[in-house]
Write a protein that binds this ligand. Structure first.
Ligand code: ZN
Length: 538
């Protein structure tokens, strides 16, 4: 689970809106399932569920803990701890008969070492981050003191529509060496910053637009991204109010200090596909294998990684045959901004993207003060539905938990884990999450047990995220739900143990394709492939 990142949350909202619009325009609405998929078929998955035990998963967790212990206490992307973790997973998969593949990639990991921002004239005001300003992702560095501020084509009069900084012409009379004061609106932050840099600006302040838009914060501190490295001057976002203050006097000057360190990380995703199963109806079952550098990452995300590994092993051991190909993926670089899963999606051709029926994501599923969260695919709880099909994924989990009398609750698609790249590309997604740094409410404690007022995971991103930081009961419940979902979406037939009698004729979702028992009514290549990077826009 990635660090709570309001920038990404904002972006997620924008992308989701876009994805829904795209699907709505290009693809016929998906008919509701004729019959509850999960509720009616929990018996079918029982062989696999029984085979997938918390006991075995805990053995994998112990192995990951040992690896962290031998490698500076962590398994972060680009470190020996991650490589050893991947080697362990590979060894286990090979024993079970899988072929594995490493997908190498690299990225620039940027650490912010120093960020200071003050108004120095006509008044002196120190601002704090992140409450009053925020350096944009991929900002350049700088050390400016008492530098004059020049507003660029801003519009403080409602409806405050502007193309501030979007055109080079906006900078026609801009004094080189000044700090550009730019308003949010009309174009990417990167475009505004690049135009300012080209005009000789020493730094850029982009303030929020100032309009009250429900569901979109256009007033508070602007948390944005420039999308990539390339701007060499400091660029920060701030609130509408501070922008208005800076624009109020012709004598405004500021101090801006931004220092960063950029490290290139070389790492890889680990992929294993079932040999059987239709490769045009792939179920991508993902978990990030990398930890943060601060700890061994056993709940985050040893639990998801080890559970997916055990499900893969038991699929093979129970001689289960999927009708839809199952692609197990252990992503890397998740903790540095969903790097591996985004890379995987970015490398898909349109055809390959269309062949992915859905993504299941498991990131932290053994929290000691847990709530059994299910991603809110239909958007009924948080107003942000996933792409078409995500509602049905949520329903499979909900129906399963209901059939087992296990309580569950929805959690938002807030962009904090690896489903993000998939939903951004219009691919439906879903999954489970048992809580990170969030605080358990009294209502949740009444329903799920545990301690109200305490975090779901008290060792989130900390050195104490060890094998002691996992609830076996939560892991067992969630691992069974993972097995059930893989069974259901993989349209798996188990030849050992009891039957699969609930397949025939049931659960044809939408217009069936004629293949398999679970006709994938969504997708058909439509609605996929719209992977515009909407980060940092408007
Ligand atoms: Zn995490």
């Amino acid at each position: 689970m990635n660090v709570l990142n309001r920038r990404r949350a904002l972006s997620a909202a924008a992308i989701l809106t876009g994805a829904i619009l795209t699907v709505g325009l290009t693809s016929p609405a998906l008919a509701a399932p004729q019959q509850s998929v999960g509720g009616g078929s929990d018996k079918g998955s029982s062989t696999l569920r029984k085979a997938v035990s918390a006991k075995n998963i805990s053995q994998h967790l112990k192995a990951l803990q040992k690896i962290a212990d031998r490698n500076d206490g962590n398994r972060a992307a680009g470190t020996a701890g991650h490589v050893a973790s991947a080697a362990y997973i590979e060894k286990q998969l090979k024993k079970a008969g899988y072929q594995t593949e490493r997908q190498p990639f690299s990225y620039d990991n940027i650490t912010l070492d120093r960020a200071e921002f003050s108004q120095t004239a006509p008044d002196t005001v120190d601002y704090t981050s992140p409450d009053q300003f925020f350096p944009m992702d991929y900002t350049g560095e700088g050390d400016l003191d008492g530098v004059h501020v020049t507003p660029v084509d801003i519009n403080l009069t409602p409806p405050r529509a502007s193309t501030s900084g979007c055109e080079p012409a906006d900078f026609a009379s801009f004094p080189a060496g000044d700090v550009a004061l730019i308003q949010r609106g009309s174009c990417d932050f990167a475009v505004k910053a690049a135009n300012a840099e080209a005009a000789g600006a020493a730094g850029v302040i982009i303030f929020n637009q100032g309009n009250d838009v429900p569901g979109d914060d256009r007033v508070g501190v602007l948390l944005g991204t420039l999308g990539a490295l390339g701007i060499d001057i400091p660029v920060l976002g701030t609130s509408y109010e501070i922008g208005e203050t800076l624009a109020a006097s012709p004598d405004t000057a500021v101090r801006i200090v931004i220092e960063t360190t950029v490290v290139t990380i070389d790492t890889f995703n680990l992929i294993a596909k079932t040999k059987k199963g239709d490769p045009t109806k792939q179920v991508v079952v993902g978990a990030h294998l990398d930890s943060v550098t601060e700890g061994p990452g056993i709940n985050d995300n040893g639990t998801g990684s080890a559970t997916n590994l055990e499900v893969a092993i038991q699929l093979a051991k129970t001689k289960s045959v999927p009708k839809n190909q199952i692609v197990f993926a252990w992503w890397s670089g998740e903790e540095d901004g969903l790097q591996g899963s985004n890379y995987y999606v970015s490398q898909l051709t349109d055809e390959q993207a269309a062949n992915i029926a859905l993504n299941l994501n498991f990131d932290m599923i053994g929290s000691v003060n847990a709530v059994n969260f299910v991603y809110d695919g239909d958007g009924d709880a948080f107003g942000e539905a996933g792409p078409e099909g995500s509602a049905q994924i949520e329903k499979v989990f909900n129906d399963y938990f209901t059939s087992q009398n296990i309580p569950f609750a929805p959690t938002a698609f807030d962009g904090r884990s690896d489903y993000f790249g998939f939903i951004s590309a219009g691919i439906p997604a879903g999954g489970l999450f048992t809580g990170a740094e969030g605080i358990k409410t009294a209502e949740e404690a009444a329903e799920f047990g545990g301690t109200a007022g305490e975090p779901y995971d008290p060792c989130y991103h900390a050195a104490c995220d060890t094998t002691k930081n996992v609830s076996k009961k939560t892991l067992e419940q969630n691992a069974d739900a993972v097995a059930h979902a893989v069974y259901t979406f993989g349209a798996v037939k188990t030849t050992s143990g009891h039957g699969h009698g609930h397949h025939g004729g049931h659960g044809k979702w939408g217009k069936g394709t004629g293949h398999g028992d679970w006709g994938w009514g969504w997708g058909n290549g439509k609605g996929h492939g719209d992977s515009d990077d909407r980060w940092g826009k408007k």
